[in-house]
Design a protein around this ligand. Sequence first.
Ligand code: NAI
Ligand SMILES: O=C(O)[C@H](O)CS(=O)(=O)O
Length: 477
Amino acid sequence: MATIAADKQYGLYINGKWEQTEEMMEVINKYNQEVTAHISSAKKEHVDAAVQGAKEALKSPFPPYARYEVLMKAAQLLVDRCEEFAQVLALEVGKPIRESRGEIERAAQTLVISAEEAKRIHGEGVPVEAAQGSENRMAFTIRVPVGVIAAITPFNVPVNLVCHKIGPALAAGNSVVLKPAEVTPICALMLADLFEEAGLPKGRLQVLTGDGAKIGEWLLENKDVNMFTFTGSPLVGEYIRSKAGLRKVALELGNNSATIVHNDANLEQAASLISQKSFNNAGQVCISVQRVYVQEEAFESFIDLLKKKTEKLVIGDPSDESTDIGPMIRLREAERVESWVNEAVEEGAVIALGGKRNGALYEPTILTNVNDDMKVCREEVFGPVVSVATYKEIDEVIAKVNDSDYGLQAGLFTNDLQFAMKAAREIEVGGLIVNDASAYRVDHMPYGGVKNSGNGKEGPKYAIEEMTEERIIVLNL
Ligand SMILES: NC(=O)C1=CN([C@@H]2O[C@H](COP(=O)(O)OP(=O)(O)OC[C@H]3O[C@@H](n4cnc5c(N)ncnc54)[C@H](O)[C@@H]3O)[C@@H](O)[C@H]2O)C=CC1
Ligand SMILES: O=C(O)[C@H](O)CS(=O)(=O)O
């Protein structure tokens, strides 16, 4: 049962207390556009109080085993409340209910993996005695928390991507000030409640809702924030980096993910996976398949299969068990996607399937006859549109995939080991997925991009490296 209702008013979560502000913001049900709840809108004094509280909390011991226990308990509570969280996701994101449940199950796993990693944080021995004049010395490193981490998260995966920030940050012994996306804040507030019940010490997690740009600015101005971990658009990511000064910054940004289908591939498997992974969450996934390059000989068969599979997808109410594709996050985003598709058609693209909008619902759309300079190929669509082009040679397709400002993940369907290994070396991405589409992620793998897709890695083990400092201890014996 969803816990949110139009009269539900949420406070900020500061120092373990809920604080409602005078000014409130609406949260909209993305399918019917009705007001679902109201959230508080933080001012500068709230931001400073949250950061101060987070800093104070660091003074009380929170040893690794205690972190492990809290994270494991939080994971269990999330499993217990899977349905409640999933229903809220369906409302506030518009994510189909089956997919929403999948996100909650993954988020619980992310917390379990973070818990496990809390017990494995370690340094290493350093043979300083090997240096002339240091014969009587020994050294080792330890990893210490960076301190207060500001975590800023996007709308599209608002539980699992929040868990990818707070899980490793808490596991590493930090405090977190979380700023969830203003359009999907409820699940993050529910997570704060859940962590409190799991026994997280007061102040270790603060949640601020309200205007993203303003809260972001106040967090950037506050010198007690030691690190920013951000997932979202390249524009905002670049801004945060430019204002963070010498502080640590980890950025997970956009992509216009490519997937290659070579003519020796299993076309049935490729079409099946690409049809799912282009349209999950209405394409609002940053590794969503956006550009498909098919070797010429396989093009006709592949397009037929892709159309047949995509035609079966059910578009509609996210709370309906049969729905595969729900609304986009905002009407204006669906209108933007519509205008990009129309522009591509004016430039010569052909709509092989879809291409129609009904309010914020945009049909799963397949474009052919595209070129790499069309906006639907060059920019990040972040909507349910996939463009399919052809190639002749391996070197040509690798160059096409790399002809992008982004580099998060790419997919390659082939049974040619030589091609797979050449692609592994030459495709400029954070991850290459062979015999699956670009949109493959499990939560313990290193995940992050190159070029405008950001820097730093997620996946608890890797995020913990970013969220700790390495300190060397030298003993003069
Ligand atoms: N690489 C990855 O793992 C992922 C990347 N994304 C990217 O995120 C984008 C879509 O998400 P959105 O929520 O629309 O992105 P967005 O950049 O508009 O917002 C992300 C977060 O930043 C906050 N924000 C906005 N302006 C800010 C400012 N001036 N300073 C600090 N924070 C600010 C927002 O309130 C929100 O919490 C796409 O580009 C997508 O590719 C989304 C999910 C995962
Ligand atoms: O980048 C995204 O949109 C997500 O990280 C993909 S996933 O974690 O939901 O698979």
